[in-house]
Write a new protein. Sequence first.
Length: 216
Amino acid sequence: MGKVTEFKLRGSAELKDPMAAYMKNKFSFVGVKTPARKQQSKEYIKLSKKMPLQELLHTISELYQQSAREYQYVAIDMCFANIRRFSFTEISDFTQYVMQKSWWDSVDAWRKVFGKYVQLHLNEKQQLFELFYKHDDFWMRRIAILLQLFEKETLDKEMLASAILYDQQTDEFFIQKAIGWALRNYSKFDPQWVKHFVVEHDLSKLATREASVYLT
């Protein structure tokens, strides 16, 4: 298995600046869009499933420290592909990356990793939720709100409510957007609960608007 430094994404010079601009010029880019990135990293990620666990964790860390943004995406893709290999110890260690190079793209990609882990280990959901809930970093709290995003029957309504109400008055776009997104998604499964929740709590206009998209 080659070292991380031997894995190189091939990008387009014409795409680098537009991609950086889309992310408010917070990061540099190789210039490779998602379909091409996934194609270029497909074999590398396939091989990662055969790595010893410690080598895998080291590879994820090294990828995440690369300067170009696309390498963070590859690191997260690699985590997701190996999700069944991780215990709570590894998953909790991954929370450090949420607070590194933080922006909505990486945070929401990590949310998918944690959300998938929860679906595989429902008995550890509360324990994982506590790592994000009431955290000083609002990006971590965004994950607390969105942790159960694609759950239906297994969604813990008390957990969702507590995450939302903790940040009910938080004046942060990405938090209020997350509140609306979480409620909107759950309204597809339990519209009455969401409708009642919106009526009973003084949510922001943004969160209320987002939450009510599918409500009649």
